[in-house]
Design a protein around this ligand. Structure first.
Ligand SMILES: [Zn+2]
Length: 420
């Protein structure tokens, strides 16, 4: 892809409006039905923002006279894709561990050989900010090649203050050197480092809370996350982290009910969390509480697939409750080495039974909602950032149906065209 020297700090200034015409639009505009389809549609972009979207016959004459024009030849256009849950910044990988497990090694044997999250923490700590950026770029570029325009990136493989900050600096740096909107999340409460084994409370006191304060003071944090699970942190421990986030004015989200139900989603909803993520063990009652709080349910089929989980998230209960459902890659070295939102859509349909409409909304409008960015991106509506993807497909279902095929024609971020 192009755009290697893109600087996210520079506003894109255009002298003329740009008219993208002869398109079939899936606007995802909630004011329109379903996917918000406009046949024979057009988009007008000025200074990186959408100033018109709708039927081509209704484009303001003034805009046409002044505009630079691109004929999209009847191609489908969706909002730029949003990956609202990733851990793409990390060192090393866990391929050897994967191989050992395939050869029959037990969890203990893998751990004794230095595998598990400990190995990712070690490899991440060993890299500088530049090293982390270099390690993460191929993953980011793969996601970008499918028309992604917004990505959330978590810390959580440092597990000491310096390394957590280093991960967040690398995430910010990725947003400066590639045409993508990066949203950072502080995930100090991801795992307990070896030196604090059995002392979660001390780890939160000594590292998670002061680290959050420091990262926030440096402007490195957009949201705060935790891993609420038997093998990680309890609801009481997560509540301490959320209380601190609240005092700093930062939104929260939570890895919840992935392997068991500890009440994490309920806790998250009580803090009006942006999202609760994974949710395989969520109950119908939890789903209703999340819906009432406006907490988005983020489903992560890559992790479900990679750990060969059998319990599926309660999609029917989420629908019945009227909860918003987003989907994401959860790209991480241990349980979801996935760098494709197209495959995430296919897995969400095949494994969880989401509809085509739910899959496409899950990586656009609902993904943006899960990041608190719905006013800025995630749909094609007047006033929003001009972030969209142009596809070589005959129908939108093709985006979900194919496995391992990328039909992206080109995409646009803040009004700038990026060719594959
Ligand atoms: Zn995750």
């Amino acid at each position: 892809m192009t755009g290697n020297n893109f600087s996210g700090d520079e506003a894109s200034v255009q002298e003329h409006p740009h008219l993208w015409r002869n398109a079939r639009l899936a606007t995802l505009d909630p004011a329109r039905q379903g996917l918000g389809i406009v046949e024979k549609g057009a988009i007008v972009v000025e200074n990186g923002r959408i100033t018109f979207v709708g039927p081509e016959s209704e484009v303001p004459v003034l805009a046409i006279e002044r505009a630079e024009i691109t004929d999209l030849e009847g191609r489908w256009v969706t909002p730029g894709l949003v990956d609202c849950h990733t851990h793409i910044v990390y060192g090393g990988n866990r391929a050897r561990e994967f191989e050992m497990r395939l050869e029959g090694a037990t969890y203990e044997e893998v751990a004794r050989a230095g595998g598990g999250i400990v190995s990712s923490v070690k490899a991440t700590n060993a890299l500088s900010v530049d090293g982390l950026v270099a390690a993460s770029l191929p993953r980011l570029d793969t996601l970008l090649s499918e028309g992604m325009t917004t990505i959330e990136i978590k810390s959580g493989y440092g597990l000491n203050i310096d390394a957590e900050l280093k991960m967040l600096r690398a995430a910010r740096q990725l947003g400066r050197i590639r045409p993508v909107r990066v949203v950072t999340t502080y995930l100090g409460a991801h795992a307990t480092p070896v030196e604090y084994k059995g002392r979660n409370g001390d780890y939160i006191t000594d590292v998670v809370l002061p680290g959050l304060e420091q990262a926030h003071a440096e402007g490195l944090v957009d949201a705060v996350d935790g891993f609420c699970e038997g093998i990680a942190f309890s609801t009481d421990e997560i509540a301490r982290v959320f209380d601190k986030a609240q005092r700093l004015g930062l939104p929260v989200k939570l890895h919840a009910e992935q392997l068991s139900n500890l009440g994490g989603a309920k806790l998250a909803a009580s803090y009006l969390a942006l999202s609760a993520d994974h949710l395989e063990y969520l109950t119908a009652e939890d789903a209703a509480i999340m819906a009432a709080a406006g907490t988005v349910a983020v489903l992560l089929p890559g992790a479900f697939y990679a750990i060969n989980e059998k319990q599926k998230p309660p999609v029917k209960a989420l629908r019945a409750a009227g909860a918003h459902i987003a989907i994401a890659t959860d790209c991480n070295p241990g349980t979801s080495p996935l760098t494709s939102l197209l495959l995430t859509m296919n897995m969400s349909a095949t494994l969880f039974g989401l509809t085509v409409e739910e899959c496409i909304a899950g990586v656009t409008r609902q993904g943006a909602r899960a990041l608190g960015l719905l006013d800025e991106t995630g749909t094609l509506e007047t006033g929003k950032s001009a972030d969209f993807a142009i596809w070589n497909v005959d129908s939108l279902a093709e985006l979900v149906y194919r496995i391992g095929f990328n039909p992206l024609h080109a995409h646009v971020f803040k009004g700038e065209r990026i060719d594959r």
